[in-house]
Design a protein around this ligand. Structure first.
Ligand SMILES: C[S@@+](CC[C@H](N)C(=O)[O-])C[C@H]1O[C@@H](n2cnc3c(N)ncnc32)[C@H](O)[C@@H]1O
Length: 261
């Protein structure tokens, strides 16, 4: 089911796919030109690309043809599939009550739900932080509109919808006690920039809770591109100076990984 819904690709994503395929021919052309120049006229070698990004033809068409630290980034789940996020059997399938308990939120916490979608976690967390607030970040206006409507219906005044960009969740610096990202990080177009911005947004004791389907477990019925391994998540967070401080491996299908500065 998850894989069917993800076939609703926004046009931008299709464009990114095409761009990815085209861009991968560039380094080849450059290296050929360099070898034809006499030694003394060769330009100094380009500084190594430390961003960790690479363009290659997609191994899996659910991906955008852009790779980060060896992992292909998935297409963003279009808002057309939003109802899947609120499916009736989700709580049981993903153990979401346990997930919420494991977050150990305090009533005054400032929380950010990045890639909030329709707010499945946003509104459940809003009830757990009555004297705090939940910043619900998404890049799709349709998701933000859905968040606004549910906020009004529930009177959840401590929920603040925030329009993020693909590179920046637009959070206040140093103020967030917990950033939650559920089933969204693997589709961030700029994971490195996002992780850096998250680090900046965290308070000195703040935590990032990253929830992704377990790539190590073949019994989790989700396409590989929508899963992540602990090793990969650790590598990507270490690249921006976030370290793994705790993990919960008893959810039915997902890792719950905590990172701190
Ligand atoms: C699969 S949905 C998950 C929604 C929600 N976390 C949940 O579990 O119900 C992923 C969401 O991440 C959002 N998203 C993708 N890239 C994003 C980014 N760079 N910043 C914020 N949101 C992003 C998408 O628009 C989509 O709403």
């Amino acid at each position: 089911m998850v894989n069917q819904i993800r076939l609703f690709l926004p046009l931008g994503a299709l464009g990114a796919l095409l761009l990815g395929a085209g861009a991968c021919t560039q380094p080849l052309a450059e290296s050929r030109a360099a070898t034809q120049l006499p030694e003394q006229r060769r330009p100094a070698p380009a500084a190594p690309d430390t961003s960790g990004y690479e363009r290659r033809a997609p191994q899996d068409l659910n991906g955008i043809g852009k790779y980060y630290m060896g992992r292909q980034i998935a297409h963003v789940m279009g808002h057309e599939g939003a109802s899947w996020l609120d499916r009736s059997d989700r709580a049981q399938e993903e153990g979401t009550d346990q997930l919420l308990r494991e977050l150990k939120l305090k009533p005054t916490d400032v929380v950010a739900d990045i890639g909030a979608g329709t707010g499945f976690f946003t509104f459940r967390m809003s009830a757990l932080v009555p004297q705090g607030k939940v910043l619900a970040v998404d890049i799709q206006p349709e998701m933000l509109e859905s968040l606004r409507q549910t906020r009004a219906k529930l009177g959840a005044n401590n929920v603040i919808p925030v329009r993020g960009t693909t590179q920046n969740p637009n959070l206040p610096a140093g103020e967030v006690d917990l950033v939650l990202i559920v089933d969204a990080y693997h589709e961030f177009d700029y994971p490195r920039e996002m992780a850096r911005a998250i680090k900046q947004a965290l308070s000195p004791t703040g935590r990032l809770a990253l929830v992704e389907y377990r790539a190590e477990d073949p019994n989790v019925p989700i396409k590989r591109i929508h899963k992540m391994s602990v090793a990969q998540a650790r590598r990507e967070m270490a690249a921006v100076g976030l370290r793994l401080t705790d993990s919960v491996e008893t959810l039915p299908q997902q890792h719950l990984l905590f990172f701190q500065k």
